[in-house]
Design a protein around this ligand. Sequence first.
Ligand code: NIG
Ligand code: FE
Length: 415
Amino acid sequence: MEIVRTGPRKRFTGISRLYPMDTAIGTLRVIEDAEILVEGKHIVWVGKRGEGMGPIEGEERIEMSGVICTPGWIDAHTHLIWAGSRQNEFRARLQGQSYLDIARAGGGIMSTVRAVRQTDTSKLIAEGRHRLERMLGYGITTLEAKSGYGLSTDAEIKILRAIRALHEEGPQEISATFLGAHTVPTEYKHDRASYVSLVCEEMLPAVAEAGLADACDVFVEEGAFTLQEARRILQRGLDLGLQSRLHADQLSSGGGAELAAEMGALSADHLEEISPTGIQKMAEARVTACLIPGSTFCLRQHRYAPARAMIDAGMQIALATDLNPGTTCSESLPFLGTLACLQMGLLPEEVLYAVTVGAAHALGRADQIGRIAVGYQADLAFFAAPDIDYLFYHYAVLHTQSVYKHGRKVWPSSP
Ligand code: NIG
Ligand code: FE
């Protein structure tokens, strides 16, 4: 990997505990009293203080005693761009209605689609920017963001343009995913085949032509898309250079994990209802499982994805917020880490792996981000905590001390 040695040198020194994340899931290497040297946007040295290169003239020295350091966190599944609010559905669910009841009655995804279609790009960007600022405060320096609340060629492209604008603005890098197959929109309810054709023959070519997405996602579920429809859409995406992702086995076990393996997808996400065969096939095909405990929690489904069985089968796992207005409306990846510990039985080191190395795999970027190692991007999160156990034990509060992206301090923003 080429290290770009331009820009100022920074020395982060006296870090009480540093987690390089350079070992397998479940094992943890910790460097105490650590130091990181950054040149320009990349890490050029990491280790124990005093054991590496000495100071050079003009370098910036940043004293970090009393704080711990992890790679910048990566949120591998978000629906960052939407308009409106679905707090009314939160209340309706508290009063006994189910997610599917609400969707059938015209709410759910379609209610956000109506709001997005009426909102201009600049407002979508402004709302997305607020969410990104919150994410940055939790140490999230890279994320994935999906379209899927437009469901017409123009509205899907409007969302992807908003994602592109926010990626270019920074500080976070955003990997864009086209999710035109989120649900069949109302106007095609009685002609779903035409909608699938629209996705394949008009939307996907337009998105690929404009270079607006890295991947193509399909929501495979009763009431959304069938396996056959998903296979056609994902194959069309692959032919146009877009890698595959799936929302799979979320509300029912429908063979989505098996399809992800067949298509060589980058990730299959949710997987609460994954079958044993699905686990085996995804492990063999090296498809990353992206765990989303927030939707299970917020929909009060009780059944969380079988993370332990996945790890035991050798699957690569990521953990993501799924930030969206319907099923789980929170930017707090650390809180979901606590949920993953309590409800999925993960240990803090497994959670940290899933939001760094595992998530980098889900984005196909495990050679650039997700680790504190020479040649990797200098994306760093510092927390005022004694160790990583404390981050998940003392939950739902902010522990972040500072965040760096490409070697530059991006949180808190300068006074
Ligand atoms: O990831 N599963 C499908 N899509 C979203 C929810 C979308 C919505 O309800 O607005 C999810 O949970
Ligand atoms: Fe989602």
